[in-house]
Design a protein around this ligand. Structure first.
Ligand code: FMN
Length: 174
C-alpha cells in the first residue's frame, strides 16, 4: 500500500475479532517502534506488549471513558517515556505511537490510541498511576498512551476527501 493510501485508510478501530496477532506481525510492530525517531536520538522510551486477557481487561478500566475497547483487543502496547531524561518525551512517545498505528494498518491490523497521560482514573488517582501500578512501571517514568491492536471486526471507510479542512492550511503568513 502506498503511504498516501496508508494514511487515508487508517481509522481508529474499537471493535476487534477474537484472533491473536501472529508472531511475525508482532516482530514488525516491534521494529516500527524501535525505528521511530527521538530527540537527539536519546531513545528514552520503553514499550510494554500485553497479550494477557486478564491484564487487558484490567487496563480497560484505567479510565472511565475511552478505554473499554482495550478489553477486546488482542494486544495492547503501552508507550512509556521519561520526562527526567528527555524534554521531548511527549513528542518521542507520540511519534512512536502513530508510527505503530501506521505499521499496524499496513499489516491489516486495526488500532486505537488510548490517551493515558493527563487522564484521571478516578477522583484520587490518575490513569497513568493506575497503569504504572498494574505493570510495575517505575514511578519516575511517564505513560503517554496505550495502543490497542487486533484484527478489526469491521473495516471503517476512510474519511472522504471532501471533509478535509483545507482552510487550516495557510499559505505564507497566518
Ligand atoms: C492524542 C490522541 C488521543 C486519543 N485518545 C483516545 C482515547 O483515549 N480513546 C479512544 O477511543 N480514542 C482515542 N483517540 C482516537 C481519536 O478519537 C480518533 O483518532 C479521532 O476521533 C479520529 O478518528 P480516526 O482515528 O478514525 O481517524 C485518540 C487519538 C489521539 C490522536
Amino acid at each position: 500500500m502506498s503511504f498516501a493510501n496508508l494514511i487515508k485508510s487508517r481509522r481508529s478501530t474499537r471493535n476487534f475479532i477474537d484472533r491473536p496477532v501472529e508472531v511475525e506481525k508482532i516482530e514488525a510492530l516491534t521494529k516500527a517502534l524501535l525505528y521511530s525517531p527521538t530527540g537527539k536520538r536519546k531513545n528514552h522510551w520503553d514499550f510494554l506488549f500485553i497479550e494477557d486477557k486478564v491484564m487487558l481487561l484490567t487496563l480497560s478500566e484505567c479510565k472511565p471513558h475511552g478505554a473499554n475497547l482495550i478489553e477486546g483487543a488482542a494486544l495492547a502496547i503501552v508507550v512509556v517515556g521519561d520526562s527526567v531524561q528527555s524534554d521531548t518525551w511527549i513528542e518521542d512517545c507520540s511519534i512512536a505511537s502513530i508510527i505503530l498505528q501506521l505499521q499496524a494498518e499496513e499489516l491489516a491490523l486495526g488500532s486505537c490510541w488510548v490517551q493515558i497521560h493527563k487522564r484521571p482514573h478516578n477522583n484520587e488517582k490518575t490513569a497513568e498511576d493506575f497503569v504504572k501500578e498494574q505493570l510495575n512501571i517505575p514511578r519516575s517514568k511517564n505513560v503517554l498512551s496505550l495502543i490497542a491492536i487486533g484484527y478489526p471486526a469491521k473495516k471503517r471507510a476512510p474519511i472522504d476527501e471532501s471533509e478535509l479542512l483545507y482552510h487550516k492550511i495557510h499559505k505564507g503568513k497566518y
